[in-house]
Ligand binder design. Structure first.
Ligand code: AMP
Length: 147
């Protein structure tokens, strides 16, 4: 099997996400691969409710979320020497955007946490599960323990 060349780390900034980051960094070092990071500002609760017309899409609120997320991503990038051109901030469905960015940038390994904000009820969290099922490349789900 050839070495990984481009690894994409998906971060939700939820507790435990540093374990996922460390694993992705280790792998990037081991394979001498490029390491990118992605965070997706999830707009699902605002747009896909089935009663969306009742709730105006609040652009100011989304802009504020994007600004805060950009700062967090930039800080993470700085801490791990990941340059700005390898930091992806997207808006939409996390699994869809993670897969799209991976495909468009020839990523050959996506690293996610087994669980994040979407809880522990399932064997895998919903984003991790969606990425695992739909990505064209390898996916590593780093097993996170519930605190
Ligand atoms: P979940 O499926 O929400 O339990 O999250 C599992 C993993 O998917 C997290 O540990 C992250 O690696 C990734 N993930 C979840 N939400 C996002 C997001 N909004 N942006 C980027 N990655 C995410």
């Amino acid at each position: 099997m050839s070495n990984y060349k481009h690894i994409l780390l998906a971060v939700d900034f939820y507790e435990n996400c540093s374990a996922v980051t460390e694993r992705a960094k280790d792998l990037a070092l081991k394979y001498q691969a490029k390491l990118s990071i992605i965070h997706v500002v999830d707009n699902l609760p605002l747009t896909d409710t089935g009663y969306g017309a009742e709730i105006a899409f609040n652009i100011d609120f989304m802009n504020e979320l994007m600004t805060n997320a950009k700062k967090k991503l930039a800080k993470l990038g700085e801490e791990h020497a990941i340059t700005e051109d390898l930091q992806w901030l997207e808006m939409g469905s996390p699994k869809t955007e993670i897969i799209r960015v991976a495909e468009e940038n020839k990523v050959d390994l996506i690293v996610v946490g087994s669980h994040g904000r979407h809880g522990w009820a399932l064997l895998l969290g919903s984003t991790a599960n969606g990425v695992l099922h739909h990505a064209n490349c390898d996916v590593l789900a780093v097993r996170l323990q519930e605190n």
